[in-house]
Design a protein around this ligand. Structure first.
Ligand code: SF4
Ligand code: SF4
Length: 380
């Protein structure tokens, strides 16, 4: 394993980390074998944003005494109301969930991440309220070592970094999110050694954010490096051909300030696959050829992150979107299995009340209401 310094924290993270989100609602044996595989490969940074009690308990048990060997990103404001993942800015609720997480992590969390700073409201409701004071207090008391935050929006992320409070940022980063779809080759701006400083193809605000992090010595940990698997899928890749897992990891690790990429593996085999990156040659990691032609952007495309939840009609929006995406590959020949999966959902697109709360939360501008309608028409 290779390790990088995390900004000015004095800590070092493995360049491949582990995002635990896909271990949510999985049996304990699967959680345990996946965590063991990660630890055995030397992975030492784990993101645990999930607020569910069961998955938190499973992770705590699976780590056991090896908890002391790793760094944990725990999220302040990630909550679980009525078994639906939620974001809360209500102080007693925020405290309740974070303090329970602290308990399950052995009384200490390395990085207290202010959760989901995407909109101006998110920024104001966290950085200008008692929630930021709470994070400072946690740090003062030694409950957390460092304050961080997570975001998908470079504009609010820049504001957050400029407060001087965060020492680490978790950000959604991959070539599809980064690229300007001008229709021209971006590679006249990219030298052969992937020198990120000279890479002029990244959307300017995002490029500014990465540079700002480097300038202020704030480490970046990466989520969505594979774009929820879309970048490695021949059907869904926005490029002429799919990237490999190693190319996605390499792209992220080539951005300024990036310390670690945290793919959301859910089995030991997936962990084994991602760490193969470490053994590959530069030529095998090279992503330039794939990126030479952009087929379309990611805006409006679901990456199944579930940030749109909770839905008052209790629709599992990401799952409905996933079935719809598969059905859309050939609407005249929808696989029976997909139709049957959709029909066995407890709550379907037809139950959407068009309240719009999900669309406000979606970081990727997905037309969710329209999708619920389309899913029902195609699969209902
Ligand atoms: S609709 Fe948006 S928020 Fe919901 S899962 Fe898809 S990308 Fe994520
Ligand atoms: S608009 Fe529909 S899918 Fe979205 S939260 Fe409201 S009911 Fe749920």
């Amino acid at each position: 394993m290779i390790f990088r310094e995390i900004g000015k924290t004095g800590k070092k993270a493995s360049i491949i980390g582990h995002g635990c989100e896909h271990l949510d609602r999985k049996p304990y044996e699967q959680v345990k074998s996946t965590i063991d595989a990660a630890l055995d490969h030397g992975i030492n940074i784990f993101d645990m944003f999930m607020p569910g009690q069961e998955v938190r308990e499973f992770l705590s048990k699976a780590l056991g005494v090896r908890r002391k060997d790793i760094l944990i990103q725990g999220h302040i404001c990630s909550t679980d109301i009525k078994q639906q993942y939620d974001i809360s800015r209500d102080m007693p609720t925020v405290k309740r969930f974070f303090e329970e997480h602290l308990r399950l992590c052995g009384g200490h969390i390395d990085f207290g991440m202010l959760f989901f700073i995407d909109s101006e409201d998110d920024y104001k409701n966290v950085f200008e309220t008692e929630i930021a004071d709470y994070a400072l207090k946690l740090k003062e008391n030694g409950d957390i070592s460092h304050i961080g935050f997570s975001s998908h929006n470079p504009v609010t992320a820049i504001k957050a970094i400029n407060t001087g409070l965060p020492e680490i940022m978790m950000f959604s980063l991959n070539p599809a999110f980064d690229i300007i779809p001008t229709g021209e080759s971006i590679f006249t701006h990219l030298d052969n050694n992937f020198n990120a400083v000279n890479f002029a193809g990244v959307e300017p605000t995002r490029a500014e954010l990465y540079r700002l992090c480097e300038q202020k010595n704030v480490g970046i940990t990466v989520m969505k490096a594979l774009g929820a698997g879309k970048l490695i899928s021949p059907e869904h890749s926005p490029f002429k051909k799919p990237l490999t897992v190693a190319q996605c990891i390499h792209y992220a690790l080539s951005r300024p300030a990036v310390v670690s990429v945290l793919p959301g593996c859910q089995t030991p085999e997936e962990i084994n696959d991602v760490v193969k990156y470490l053994e590959l040659s530069d030529a095998e990691r090279d992503f330039t050829e794939v990126l030479s032609s952009v087929r379309g952007g990611f805006h409006g495309s679901c990456v199944y992150c579930k940030h749109c939840q909770p839905c008052p009609a209790e629709i599992d929006i990401a799952t409905v979107n996933k079935y719809l995406d598969i059905a859309n590959l050939d609407t005249t020949n929808v696989p029976a299995s997909i139709r049957s999966h959709y029909q066995s959902l407890k709550h379907k697109g037809a139950e959407c009340t068009k309240c719009g709360s999900c669309e406000k939360r979606c970081p990727f501008g997905v037309p969710i209401i329209e999708n619920m309608d389309k899913a029902e028409k195609l699969l209902g």
